[in-house]
Design a protein around this ligand. Structure first.
Ligand code: AMP
Length: 220
C-alpha cells in the first residue's frame, strides 16, 4: 500500500501542531505528536512519563531510544498516511524513522518535510503569552484570550503557563532546535523534499499554503 509521510518541522510555538491537526482533519492520515505523547505519559505517571518529566521541564530532548519505541508503538499500521509533529528532531531520530518505515512503505511513497518558518523573536513573544488548560485547550493572551481572565472558556478550569514556556526554558528549546534540527532540515532540503512555509501569517493562510503545495506535488 502506498503510504504518505508528512513531517512538520519548526521551532517551538511555530504552530506546527495546529497545522498538523488541520491537515489530519482534511485527510485520513494518522497524526503523531511526540510532545503530546510525552505529555500524556507524564500526566498518567507512567515509567516513561516519570523519566520524561525532567526533560520536558527543562526543554531538553528526551533520549532518542525512548522516543523511537514510543513512536513505533503509537503507529496505526493500517493508516494510509502519517503526519509527524515534533519528530524526527535530530539525525539519530531521522535514521530511526527511516528504518521504521523501510519495510512498511514503498520507495516511491510520497514523503515530505514541511518547515513552518518563524523567527526566534516571534517564538519568544508567542510562547511567553501562551496559556493552557488541563483539558487541552490552548490560549494566547493577545490573539486568542479567554473570555474571563485566567479561566478556560470550555471547562472553567484554571489556566496555567506550560513549564517549558517559561523564558529561560524557551531560550534553551530554541538553542536545541537550531543545533539539532539544522542537519535534519538540510537532509530534506538536499533530497528536494523540503517545503518551506511562512509561519508568520494567519493560521488559515498557512493551512491554505500547505494544501496548495501538497496539491501541486500531487500528494493530495
Ligand atoms: P513539543 O510539544 O513538540 O514542543 O515538545 C515538548 C517537549 O517534549 C520538548 O521540549 C522535549 O523535551 C520533548 N520532546 C517532544 N518531542 C521530542 C522528540 N522527538 N525527541 C525528544 N524529545 C521530545
Amino acid at each position: 500500500m502506498q503510504k504518505t509521510i508528512i513531517i512538520f518541522f519548526g521551532p517551538p510555538g511555530s504552530g506546527k501542531g495546529t497545522q498538523a491537526e488541520l491537515l489530519a482533519k482534511k485527510t485520513d492520515w494518522q497524526k503523531i505528536s511526540t510532545g503530546d505523547l510525552l505529555r500524556s505519559e507524564v500526566a498518567a505517571k507512567t515509567k516513561l512519563g516519570k523519566l520524561a518529566d525532567k526533560y520536558l521541564k527543562t526543554g531538553k530532548l528526551v533520549p532518542d531510544r525512548f522516543i523511537v519505541e514510543m513512536v513505533d508503538n503509537s503507529l496505526k499500521k493500517k493508516s494510509s498516511g502519517f503526519i509527524f509533529d515534533g519528530y524526527p528532531r535530530n539525525l539519530k531520530q531521522l535514521k530511526d524513522l527511516l528504518l521504521m518505515f523501510k519495510k512498511r512503505i514503498k520507495k516511491s511513497a510520497p514523503i515530505y518535510a514541511i518547515e513552518i518558518a518563524v523567527s526566534d523573536k516571534e517564538v519568544k513573544q508567542r510562547l511567553g503569552q501562551r496559556r493552557m488548560c488541563a483539558c487541552g485547550k490552548v490560549y494566547h493572551l493577545l490573539y486568542n484570550s479567554p473570555i474571563n481572565e485566567g479561566i478556560c472558556d470550555i471547562c472553567g478550569g484554571k489556566l496555567f503557563t506550560r513549564n517549558d514556556d517559561k523564558p529561560k526554558v524557551i531560550s534553551h528549546r530554541l538553542k536545541v532546535y537550531h543545533h539539532d534540527g539544522q542537519a535534519v532540515l538540510d537532509y530534506w532540503r538536499v533530497l528536494g523534499k523540503l517545503i518551506k512555509i511562512n509561519g508568520e501569517q494567519p493560521i488559515a493562510k498557512i493551512h491554505n499554503d500547505i494544501m496548495e503545495k501538497l496539491r501541486e506535488l500531487k500528494v493530495i
